[in-house]
Design a protein around this ligand. Structure first.
Ligand code: GCB
Length: 604
């Protein structure tokens, strides 16, 4: 009996390709892009995944639309046809590509062919930048793997599934909201579905450089530390590391796990900072593989109420950004979309941006590295997560691990955020403390934070005492006095903040809505004047906070939200942007721009 089970598992494994864990900097390898037009089928009942009367498609036999069946003779019954189905552009969300899909949530099938002549002795890795939310991937009718989570990359080794010539990929994508998911079923942004980021097929040598990390050791401006991990556990392999412009080189040797540790004393280095975003070419080479990256070197720490970048106190002049280009509108599709967003932040005189509320495109941190913007990156642990569900916790931690793995070599990223506005209770405390511990154990070269809530005002004192603050390096919180409070913007000067921690404070949100181009008296809600007056009153209020070391008002640009229904002012847009959905700067943009200009002068 035992052997029958064993046989069953062996058979099962033959069909299920392993999820590889992420390869560092895969885009710098030999890749073929699978972006472009993919056929799609809208399948609200997930019929292509079910047998008669609703049984789920046999996971291992993989029937259903994965087969990509074509009718062979006129009598044959096939109730779908990818080849004659319309196409969607990848990368791109489906909602913004067809009117009938604007509000669609559910299953859509994607299919495309590609041509390849696989070489013997090579590994082929299929890599998705992000698919929202659940994906089930098959290559030539066989399962490659599955993934949960809408904003992080994932990869499958498909070497054994490829054939010489024409190949077909079918992906079932499902963006249905679920209570136990991360994010949960209620959030204030558009639930854009689909293959929203790039798809590539990478060709690698059989043993390749899988992962590496290099950065100045915590609080040490004189030593670069890190590691290189090979794709298998080859011991005693030499790995050369060369940073020519810093005259640094070393050779390290792998241990029994195929991992080699780096400890590199430096002589002279130009430290990465927003005013001087110096990136160095770093070349890592083994006998069979070479990879080159551009890495900036900096330290980030806290000391009492200060945030120290390269040992010097810094004030973070920030702004929140959603991953949305209002001019499409939809998820960004190209590097120029990303550049537009970050350059708007620069124009606002920012040195910092909060990428809310989920991991953005990986090229955001590459662009931020090169133009000199510090970043806060976040996972979608938002509002009322299913705190006691272990699968939900594992999902959140997994998304966090994928984000950290992906961006750990980006100097711009200084804060990992483990969530936003989570309610203060003991179940949530356990969950969030788990995530904070996980990040601290995984990455010592960055800070941990979360956007907390205040516990309200008593006698005009707004208290910030969420116990989660004890676990965080930086205490951050959102407050909307003058917008969601009974006080109007001109009445909030009476408040003071009481922050219970001797830690740096970042106000991660404050904001008010305005319909771009709507002008009225500053007492009229949704006018640009009301929003500008909100900022004029908020800026002196928060400046009273003793430990204030940064702020990221809500938000750079108007963004779509199904929760914003007012037909006169909102029309499914959250209007708190400083820039309207047509790209027009509102009055408040200039209020904050001026405030940041003065702040920057004070810092010099
Ligand atoms: C918040 C949330 C953010 C919302 C914003 C708002 O506190 O963190 O996701 O979009 O308020 O506009 O109400």
């Amino acid at each position: 009996m035992k052997y029958i089970y064993l046989l069953f598992f062996v058979l099962l494994l033959q069909h299920v390709q392993a999820q590889t864990g992420l390869i560092q900097n895969i885009n710098a390898r030999k890749t073929v892009s699978l972006d472009g037009r993919w056929h799609y089928i809208i399948d609200p009942f997930a019929t292509g995944f079910r047998g008669f009367q609703g049984a789920t498609a046999d996971e291992h036999g993989l029937t259903g639309f994965f087969e990509n069946k074509q009718q062979q003779q006129p009598g044959e019954l096939v109730e779908y046809d990818f080849e004659r189905s319309p196409t969607l552009v990848v990368p791109g969300d489906w909602n913004s590509q067809s009117n009938e899909l604007l509000f669609y949530e559910g299953t859509i099938w994607y299919q495309r062919n590609f041509y390849i002549q696989p070489q013997g002795g090579k590994k082929y890795i299929l890599r998705f930048g992000a698919i929202n939310y659940e994906s089930y991937v098959s290559v030539n009718g066989k399962k490659a793997g599955t993934h949960i989570g809408g904003f992080t990359p994932f990869e499958f080794d498909v070497t054994s599934l490829l054939k010489n010539g024409n190949n077909s990929i079918v992906i079932k994508v499902d963006n249905i909201r679920k209570k136990e998911a991360v994010p949960t079923d209620n959030f204030d942004w558009w639930n854009y579905g689909g293959i929203t980021r790039d798809v590539v097929l990478a060709e690698l040598p059989s043993t390749y450089i899988k992962d590496y990390k290099m950065q100045l050791a915590k609080g040490d401006l004189k030593t670069i530390t890190g590691y290189v991990q090979l794709s298998d556990s080859a011991a005693s392999q030499n790995i050369r590391i060369n940073i020519p412009e810093a005259s640094l080189q070393t050779t390290v040797t792998t241990d029994n796990n195929g991992k080699a540790f780096i400890h590199l004393p430096i002589k002279k280095l130009s430290y990465w900072q927003p005013e001087n975003p110096r990136l160095y070419d770093v070349i890592i080479a083994t006998a069979s593989d070479t990879v080159t990256d551009k890495i900036g070197f900096r330290t980030i720490e806290v000391s009492g109420k200060n945030i120290l970048l390269n040992g010097k106190s810094i004030f973070l002049r920030g702004i929140c950004i959603h991953a949305e280009n209002p001019l499409i509108p939809g998820r960004p599709r190209s590097n120029s979309d990303l550049q537009m967003l970050l350059h708007w932040a620069k124009e606002l005189n920012c040195n910092f941006a909060r990428l809310a509320h989920y991991p953005h495109n990986e090229n955001m941190s590459r662009i931020a590295d090169s133009i000199g913007l510090l970043l806060w990156e976040e996972v979608p642990v938002y509002w009322t997560i299913d705190w006691t569900n272990p699968d939900t916790y594992n999902n959140a931690q997994h998304q966090l691990s994928e984000l950290i793995t992906r961006d750990k070599n980006r100097a711009s990223v200084i804060i990992w955020s483990i969530g936003n506005e989570t309610p203060n209770n003991s179940d949530r405390e356990k969950f969030m403390e788990g995530l904070a511990d996980y990040v601290h154990a995984t990455d010592s070269t960055r800070l941990v934070s979360a956007a907390l809530l205040t516990s309200g005002a008593t006698n005009n004192t707004i208290n910030v005492n969420d116990p989660l603050g004890n676990k965080l390096d930086v205490v951050s919180f959102n407050e909307y006095y003058g917008w969601y409070s009974k006080e109007m913007p001109w009445e909030i000067g009476k408040f003071n903040f009481q922050v219970a921690y001797n830690k740096p404070v970042i106000i991660t949100e404050l904001g008010a809505g305005a319909l771009g181009g709507f002008h009225a008296d500053s007492t009229v809600r949704f006018s640009e004047e009301f929003q500008a007056s909100f900022y004029q009153n908020q800026l002196p209020l928060i400046s009273k906070i003793d430990g204030l070391r940064g702020m990221t008002p809500w938000i750079l640009v108007d963004f779509r939200s199904p929760k914003r229904i007012n037909p006169t002012y909102q029309m499914y847009w959250n209007r708190k942007g400083l820039i309207s959905e047509t790209g027009q700067k509102k009055k408040a943009f200039y209020v904050l721009q001026h405030f940041y200009e003065e702040k920057a002068k004070q810092q010099q």
